[in-house]
Design a protein around this ligand. Structure first.
Ligand SMILES: [Zn+2]
Length: 247
């Protein structure tokens, strides 16, 4: 294939723009903030689940506490009634009086025991409610953090898109200045060549695969007309020659 030497030079500019576009794509897909956000979302979900579980536990304990309160209340009411009966003087039978006094004593013991149970239940409820509050706070904090990272990613993507837009504009401007058949060859090699279709020959070295050309090949290239499109023997990329090529 033949192509004007100046057009072959432009191929290197085109390559630079394509490389830049590929780097922008890579940068966007590998933004470290994306991994941070993914990890954070896992944490947010876990905190949510833990919060839901803590709420269930707290409710169960609140029910236990209500039951303990009602138990104490029942004993207290019974005591009050017995005491009123005792104070009313309505019971004159000494045996009945002794029984009533015994019952009051045993009710007082029972009330003390139940009050201990109530106190323990209350402490457990307080602990569970504190856990609910702590998890809710951690969850809310993580959500805010996630929103900040999302905003950061959006700003970076916007920045990358602006650069991509400029790169595409530059490429569209450059493309008509290069013969279509040369571009077609370049595109074909670029797809096979890991994104690089054209490489500069710099001081006898292919910048595509870093192969140092042997002297006899350099000699042969020296004799090759400058409008002849040559390709690297090693990587098959279009080898662009100019003043720095060491020919
Ligand atoms: Zn090469």
């Amino acid at each position: 294939m033949k192509a004007d030497a100046a057009a072959q030079q432009l191929l290197l500019d085109l390559q630079k723009l394509d490389t830049k576009a590929a780097q922008l794509d890579h940068r966007e897909s590998t933004l470290p903030q994306k991994q941070t956000l993914a990890d954070l979302k896992v944490r947010i979900q876990r905190l949510h689940d833990e919060h839901v579980a803590a709420v269930v536990i707290a409710r169960d304990l609140e029910r236990d506490q209500a039951r303990a309160e009602s138990d104490v209340e029942q004993v207290r009411e019974r005591s009050t009634k017995d005491q009123q009966l005792l104070d009313s003087g309505a019971i004159s039978d000494p045996k009945q009086l002794v029984n009533l006094q015994h019952e009051l004593q045993s009710l007082a013991r029972r009330q003390g025991e139940l009050e201990d149970v109530e106190l323990e239940a209350m402490e457990r409820v307080e602990g569970a409610q504190a856990a609910v509050r702590q998890l809710a706070g951690q969850h809310a904090e993580a959500v805010v953090e996630g929103e900040a990272i999302e905003a950061e990613i959006a700003a970076l993507v916007l920045e990358i898109n602006a650069e991509r837009h400029n790169t595409i504009a530059d490429r569209n401007e450059l493309k008509p200045r290069i013969p279509a058949d040369l571009i077609a060859l370049y595109e074909k090699i670029r797809i096979d060549g890991g994104g690089v279709g054209a490489a500069h020959l710099h001081r006898g070295q292919c910048q595509g695969c870093r192969l140092q050309l042997p002297p006899n090949e350099i000699e042969a290239l020296r004799a090759t007309p400058e409008d002849e499109v040559v390709r690297c023997e090693e990587c098959r990329r279009i080898l662009v020659r100019n003043a720095e090529s060491g020919l």
